[in-house]
Write a protein that binds this ligand. Sequence first.
Ligand SMILES: [Zn+2]
Length: 164
Amino acid sequence: MKPLSETDIRSSIVNATRGEIERMPLPGLHEVLWDEREYLGWRDPRAPLRGYLVHWVDDQPVGVMLRASGASMRPGISAMCSLCHTPQPSDQVALFAAAKAGQAGRDGNTVGMYICADLACSLIIRIVPPKMPMQPEPSEIVARRAEGLMGRVQSFTADIMKAV
Ligand SMILES: [Zn+2]
């Protein structure tokens, strides 16, 4: 993805108040490998249920504030992230709720989604089995997963921005 600046990120959030956006902590942007990201996601170290996800919609940065459900899924079962479609142990996937943008959100409407708890789908989709005969190239597997992930992130944030 195209790199995001601090200004891009702070101006991108569609479903938070000005105060929440001012208090939002940012991850270390100089450490991000932008070429290996479909979206930038991070959890808030001071407010552990809080998370953020920012991506590009055409040339516009669009970001959402998320809140993880405090309840965890039954341990020992496997769960799947709805954005990257990676099956994982249930404690690594969390149910996040995003307030809708605008009046709909102020009225209490949210969009829910099971997402990798660390909001790092881009890292997990790049873990591929070693190259095998008769199997697609690892780079092809990653490209296909990245395309699916980007499409699902776009529809997630589009849902959040859509009026009820
Ligand atoms: Zn994921």
